[in-house]
Design a binder for this molecule. Structure first.
Ligand SMILES: [Zn+2]
Length: 87
């Protein structure tokens, strides 16, 4: 394994949380899910009751609507906004 600690991830020095706890609005079951780093998950089937979750209007993915943590692209967006607001 070669360690590439610099330059390989240009904008990845912003830490993002890749695990989010999805809570089913129908049965209330919570399940810890791993999010794809650069994608949005539109559909999620509750492992407990089988309900198909979709994002709420205005949300980009089910993690933004039902997760404890929003999806990575949104996390980055917020961090960038926070960073530029600080200047
Ligand atoms: Zn459910």
């Amino acid at each position: 394994m070669t360690a590439t600690s610099c330059c390989s991830h240009a904008d990845a020095d912003l830490p993002v949380e890749l695990h989010s706890t999805l809570t089913c609005p129908r049965c209330g079951a919570a399940s810890l899910q791993t999010m794809p780093e650069d994608a949005c998950l539109w559909f999620f089937t509750c492992p407990s009751c089988g309900a198909e979750l979709r994002p709420l209007p205005g949300d980009c993915c089910v993690f933004c609507s039902y997760g404890s943590v929003p999806c990575p692209p949104i996390q980055r967006q917020r961090q960038q906004q926070a960073a530029s607001a600080r200047r």
